[in-house]
Structure formats: C-alpha cells, structure tokens
Design a protein around this ligand. Sequence first.
Ligand code: C2E
Ligand code: CA
Ligand code: CA
Length: 414
Amino acid sequence: AASRLSVPAGADFVATSGGPLPCHRVIVVDDDPVVRRQMTLLLSSLGVRQVVALEGAEIALAEIARGGGEHDLLITDLNMPGTDGIEFLRRLAENGYRGCLVLASGVEDMILQTAADLARAKGLSLRGTLKKPATGDALLQLLKASCKKSMIQVPSSDGIKPSPADILEGIHRDEFDLHFQPKVDAATLRVVGVEALARWRHNGKLVSPDAFISTAEQHNLIGELSQLLLTKALLGGAHLSKAGFPLFIAVNLSANWLTDIQLPEFVFATLQATGFPADRLILEITETGVMADITTALDVLTRLRLKGFKLSIDDFGVGYSSMEQLQRLPFNELKLDRSFVHGASEKPVSRAILASSIEMARKLNLSTVAEGVEKQADLDLLRGLGCDLVQGWLVAKAMPLEELLEWLQTRGSL
Ligand code: C2E
Ligand code: CA
Ligand code: CA
C-alpha cells in the first residue's frame, strides 16, 4: 500500500496499515528523529493508515498545502529550530488550515496551556495537547477524540461551509442581520454600549460569523456585506437612542476592508444617512489585520479617527502586539481576547497577561474591555486589575435588537 502514496520530500516515514479508524492521515512534526520514529510506530500500530513524519514547520506547511489539509490530523512539537511552534500556529491560521491539531511538547504544562489557548484563539481546531514522550494510551485517546467525527468534516459552527454564491444570494435575500451584546462598566455593571455581531438566517438556521466572514473576505464579498451590516448596526443604534438608550455601538471591521481608501468616507456617509452620532461609533479591528498592510491601514485609521470615530484593538494578545506599533496607531480601546479572559482566575499565565495588558493600556491611555467573561471569579479578577469594561455571557449573550430593548428596559436605568 505504501507505494500508492506519494512520499513528500524530506519525510522520514510514510507508514501504512489497514486499521479501522477513518483517519486519512496524521502528520507528525518534530525536529527529533527519535520522536518521529516512535510516534510513527505507535500511530501505525493503533490503526492509522497513513502517517507522515516531518522534521520542521516549513516542510509541513508545504505538505499540508499540497493535500488541502482538511483530512489531516497534525501533531506538532512546539520547540523547534527555525520556524518555532508558535510561529507555525500563526502560519497555519493564516493559511486557513482546517484539519485537526494537537500540540505535543516536553515543556512545562503552563507553556503548553498558553500555546493551546493561542491556537484556539486563532480559530484552529485544537483537539488536545500531548506530553512527550507520548504513550500509546494517550495517542489512542487523541485519535478517538480527533479522527472519528471531525477528521472528515469542516470544523465550522454547525458544519455549514457556505459557498461564495450562497453568501451572495443571502445578501440579496436580506438574510444577514446583527445581534447585539452589551458592554458594561466592570465596577458598576452599567451598560455603556453594545457590540454588533453578524448573524445569517440561512436555511432555517442561524449561522455564526466564523462560518462565513472568512469566505466573504476571500471572495471579495466582504465590502458589500460590511456595508450592509454597518448600515444595520447604525440604524439599530439610532433606534436605541430614540428609545432612550444612547449607547455606543461597536462594529467589527474586517481587516481586508481597511485597505479600502474609500472606507472613511463610506462610514461617514452611512452615519449621516442613519443620523447616528460619529462619536458613539466604535470600530473594532483585529490586531493581526492591522499589521498586514501598515501604511494603508495607518492612513485609513487616522482618517477614521479624524472623522470622530473611536477605534478599538480587537482580540488583543492573540496577534502580534508591540508597544511600538500600538503607539503609532491611533486607538482608543483595547479588547482583551476571551482566550485570556475565560478562566483567568484559575490560570496564572492568563492572569499575568491580563495584568500586564491592562497596565500597558493605562500607560497608553487606552480603555480596556475584557470579552468572554463567563464567571463571577473572572469578573472579580478583572475588577481587581482595573479593567474598565466587560462583556460576556455572565452579563448577557448577543441578542436581536428587540430582545436587547426588552433586556435594557427590564434592567431599568442604564
Ligand atoms: P469577536 O469580535 O472577538 O467577538 C466576540 C465573540 O465572542 C462573539 O462571537 C461573541 O458572541 C462571543 N462571546 C461573547 N461573550 C462570550 C462569552 O462569555 N463566552 C464565549 N464563549 N463567547 C462569547 P461571534 O458572534 O460568533 O463572532 C465571532 C467573530 O466573528 C467575532 O469575534 C468577530 O471577529 C467576527 N465578526 C462578528 N461580526 C462581524 C462583522 O459584522 N464583521 C466582521 N468583519 N467580523 C465579524
Ligand atoms: Ca469584536
Ligand atoms: Ca475575540
């Protein structure tokens, strides 16, 4: 059977055996040849039909690109010469890797845990972590968790992977809408604003943005979709104001759109058309996006600020943040990513990241928002650290406009 498989250049082993698991293949990335050999033998003995063991991230990226990645289970070491494990995770996310992922390492639990949080935050389908040296039992567990179900399907919210044509049709049928999630003062829980989050009513289901935003971005549909969503967000904001709730409206801005030099004018025109005040609009931009084309982005961002909008750095801590870049970019707010917020009261590493991020924000005069607050203990921690605003299921989930109005009314004054 091995002869039917194409052996990638640089692979140490391509093992085959006719086991019962429906795994298409498992890719092991480790710079240590002994680990590669051991893992390959173990995996083959557990019934994995195809194991590819590779010595580094670059060669693995090429191999994944060749096969499309969807049916792969990738087990990677974190500590490698050249492109290290963290850099590898970033590149995988950038390349839209859709297979499963397991992090293996001999390093301390804490580092492994932080890397795992990072992988999840980047949207990779992480199936677990593996301490080296791996035992047969651990690998078997891992295969059970990874191969049976998710190896074959695309890991999107409800298994839906819409095509660009579906999205276009959805736009024309007006199937896209927004849910709003309250942002509240950490100390008093007073509602300060709401974040508008995209939703798609598609074939009787509510599809979450993770399943369609990246497709829309890749196929040049994000401009059209964003214009529509921005208009709806501002109409919603104007409606809330009329109902007696003059809240800030935060809108997520796709990084792709930031390179559109017309963007500030478009946003301004939409504000004028909807009557929503410029100084109550917050544009949330993910760090990673900003850094891609820094000159155009800087131009656009500065003009957005000149028009009076507030700018927020989204998913802070996940991308490449450097003091220098933060100082150059005209932001008002820093949003701490939920991968660091959730469970931070029990995770010393997350707590340290939160503390230093909040401290840095204070020095740069940025207000801080923690997203994904689900537990009272995490809220207490954030209050103690001096975080300004919080957002999360502990307070409220994102909801349709009418529901939000009811929620605001039953809550009483702002
Ligand atoms: P994000 O900007 O980081 O938004 C926060 C996400 O966390 C939302 O997911 C929200 O529903 C979820 N969330 C809020 N509180 C909690 C909590 O306590 N626990 C947990 N587990 N999750 C919580 P959602 O709505 O699925 O959005 C996912 C991402 O899609 C957003 O991440 C944002 O990057 C993107 N997105 C959403 N709407 C738009 C949009 O209109 N345009 C663009 N370009 N991107 C959007
Ligand atoms: Ca956001
Ligand atoms: Ca986030």
